[in-house]
Design a protein around this ligand. Structure first.
Ligand SMILES: Cc1ncc(COP(=O)(O)O)c(C=O)c1O
Length: 431
């Protein structure tokens, strides 16, 4: 049996996922300046990387998940765990028209011709609810279902608590699909300018919407602040920020595992990975998945991690600039690196305008380890990237979802190199 634990990467506290939800660090406080994020670790023979053609990533990679090992250590069989995933997945398919499948990852000849490198695309627009976000929350819901099935102490009173998240679109839609499939009430905290089609769909799915206005002089994202208040009043975090729902990151590791699996199958090693960053969960999860795949020998090298934010808000670049100069004690001196963006940000890639990159430390470490960088794309590049993406691939991706390509275009604009293999994640279907 695999050993597993959940540990705060900021203060080092360990959490027993059978008795305490691996969401927010029990020592987290607003004023100790420590970067509290709970991270799960698996060791041991039973956590080996699978060789499998199983189409559902939550079944294929189950031995790499905390929920699986918690289930097995507490009396559930492999079949019983698979049945939990399948039941949930079938319910999701009823709500959304499809369940989880490994998504395509391949080189695009047309895109490569236009971008000055060999471009590989992971297409998440066909995933549950139209983006990768549902991966994060499926992982959380499986864990909650395991708690219920095993009647572990952390399950006490769970069902009396409403799920809550702050989001401006894709995360809310993903949460609403999964909450509906699991028959669990959900509160969503969204900004006033959230798209009408998103609000309509959320309402259709039975989510309770709370529109959060920005008050003059208020620091920090008003949706996030309202969400925090809901948690203080008993709400159960169902968001995708690593500091609030640490275990949500694990579901996103599946992106990195799938990319590594596809690279192994085609005998390819990737040189660069461009990822658009908002709150940071997508980038940190995908990168961690790749690190686990590298450690398991599935791929030999980690690609350079290149994060992409907009000129509207780039708190991660600011943190990386400080980190490059001094990385000592970053986990215990958060405000020297990461601070809420001081003004209201705007961009055509509006899904990555988070005031803070909540999962920043994993990303700056990943960029430093791989010789990567924190890029900032301007509005012209973001628009060009979306046009090029849509013309070259026929993928109906949003500006947020193609923002990583803007960083790639900028990187190769003046120095094309067709020998370099660079990947982007197209996630977030245009609505
Ligand atoms: C389409 C899309 N891509 C990327 C991101 C960024 O993800 P994260 O906030 O985890 O950094 C988002 C977040 O909303 C998104 O909707």
């Amino acid at each position: 049996m695999a050993e597993f634990n959940v540990q705060c990467s900021g203060c080092g506290a360990t959490v027993d996922a059978a008795t305490h939800l691996p969401f927010r660090c029990p020592n987290a406080s607003d004023n100790d300046n420590i970067d509290h994020v709970l991270v799960r670790r698996l060791n041991g023979a039973d956590a080996t990387f699978p060789v499998s053609a199983e189409p559902n990533p939550f079944i294929r990679y189950r031995r790499l998940s905390l929920g699986y090992h918690l289930a097995r250590a507490n009396g559930l069989s492999d079949d019983q765990y698979v049945a939990i995933v399948e039941d949930l997945d079938n319910a999701i398919a009823e709500v959304d028209g499809k369940g989880f499948h490994v998504t395509p990852f391949a080189a695009s000849t047309a895109l490569s011709k236009k971008c000055g490198a060999e471009v590989w695309v992971k297409n998440e627009t066909g995933n549950v609810s139209g983006s990768h976000k549902a991966r994060h929350l499926m992982g959380v819901m499986i864990y909650l279902r395991v708690l219920e099935a095993t009647k572990l102490p952390a399950a006490n009173g769970l069902r009396d608590r409403r799920l809550a998240l702050a989001s401006c679109g894709n995360a809310a839609l993903a949460a609403a699909v999964i909450a509906r499939a699991a028959d669990w009430p959900l509160d969503v905290f969204i900004p006033p300018d959230a798209e009408g089609s998103v609000k309509r769909r959320l309402t259709e799915l039975g989510a309770q919407l709370h529109i959060c206005e920005r008050e003059a002089g208020q620091k920090g994202d008003p949706c996030y602040l309202a969400f925090r208040k809901a948690l203080e009043n008993g709400g159960l975090s169902f968001g995708i920020q690593g500091n609030e729902t640490g275990i949500a990151i694990e579901g996103g590791h599946s992106l990195g595992w799938e990319i590594a699996d596809a690279l192994r199958q085609t005998g390819t090693e990737l040189d660069m990975l461009f990822i658009q960053v908002g709150g940071g969960a997508l980038g940190s999860a995908c990168f961690r998945g790749l690190v686990e795949a590298r450690d398991a020998g599935v791929i030999k090298q980690l690609p350079q991690l290149l994060t992409v934010q907009t000129q509207g808000a780039y708190p991660l670049k600011k943190a990386f600039d400080v980190f490059r100069a001094d990385s000592n004690n970053a986990a215990r001196n958060r405000s020297a690196y990461m601070n809420p963006w001081p003004t209201e940000p705007h961009s055509v890639a509006h899904g990555i305008l988070d005031d803070e990159t909540y999962d920043w430390l994993a990303l700056v470490r990943g960029m430093a380890e791989t010789g990567g960088d924190a890029l900032v794309a301007d509005e012209d590049s973001l628009r060009e990237a979306n046009r090029v993406a849509r013309e070259s691939t026929e993928i109906d991706v949003s500006h947020t979802g193609s923002a990583g390509l803007a960083g790639l275009l900028d990187t190769f604009r003046d120095k094309p190199n067709a020998a370099l293999k660079a990947a982007v994640l197209f996630t977030g279907i245009e609505r």
